[in-house]
Ligand binder design. Structure first.
Ligand code: HEC
Length: 151
């Protein structure tokens, strides 16, 4: 009887150990991500100055249509058609793509800051900028379309 009780206690301790350890690893990753995103936001605030909080203009029907076509061609492979990254990109890329349908993720940055990320990318990340590949008009159109993905 005592042996079984002892074993049960041991199992419980082991289970708790792995549960706590597993959770703290996850939290560490989240913490790293938060630190990185906060640093990036501060850098963008410095770069954009008083423009940081300016909203980007509302889209015209033409801009949205153009933005949608380009988004689906260039961005959806990583971020998903609906803004939700497909499972395969979450497991194969060195950094998982941001879920562009989730307001709490998207709103880490202001509109101008997200536009700037789309222009210039994020250094050391699979998120590359479009500058030099697309003109400013098309880049803005893509940004405008991404606003419609936020649920
Ligand atoms: C090769 C994969 C890949 C492609 C293609 C890609 N992205 Fe990303 N994107 C990422 C990754 C990965 C992140 C997360 C960056 C990080 O944590 O370093 C990201 C982050 C972002 C962010 C910041 C998200 C936030 O927290 O608000 C925006 C905005 C964004 N991408 C928009 C786009 C748009 C628009 C396109 C198309 C022009 C695009 N991305 C194309 C991989 C990609």
């Amino acid at each position: 009887m005592d042996v079984i009780k002892g074993l049960r206690a041991l199992l419980l301790v082991l289970a708790l150990f792995f549960a706590i350890n597993g959770c703290s690893n996850q939290t560490d990753e989240d913490k790293q991500k938060n630190i990185k995103m906060n640093q990036l936001r501060e850098e963008l605030k410095r770069r954009l100055g008083s423009n940081y909080d300016l909203p980007v203009a509302p889209a015209t029907v033409e801009q949205l249509a153009r933005g949608k076509t380009l988004y689906q061609k260039i961005c959806s492979a990583c971020h998903g058609k609906s803004g939700k990254p497909p499972a395969v990109t979450l497991t194969t890329l060195t950094v998982p793509p941001a879920d562009l349908s989730r307001p709490e993720i998207v709103n880490i940055f202001s509109e101008q800051a997200r536009l700037e990320i789309i222009r210039n990318g994020i250094s050391g990340s699979p998120m590359k900028g479009l500058q030099g590949l697309l003109n400013e008009k098309d880049t803005v159109a893509i940004f405008m379309y991404t606003r419609t993905l936020i649920k």
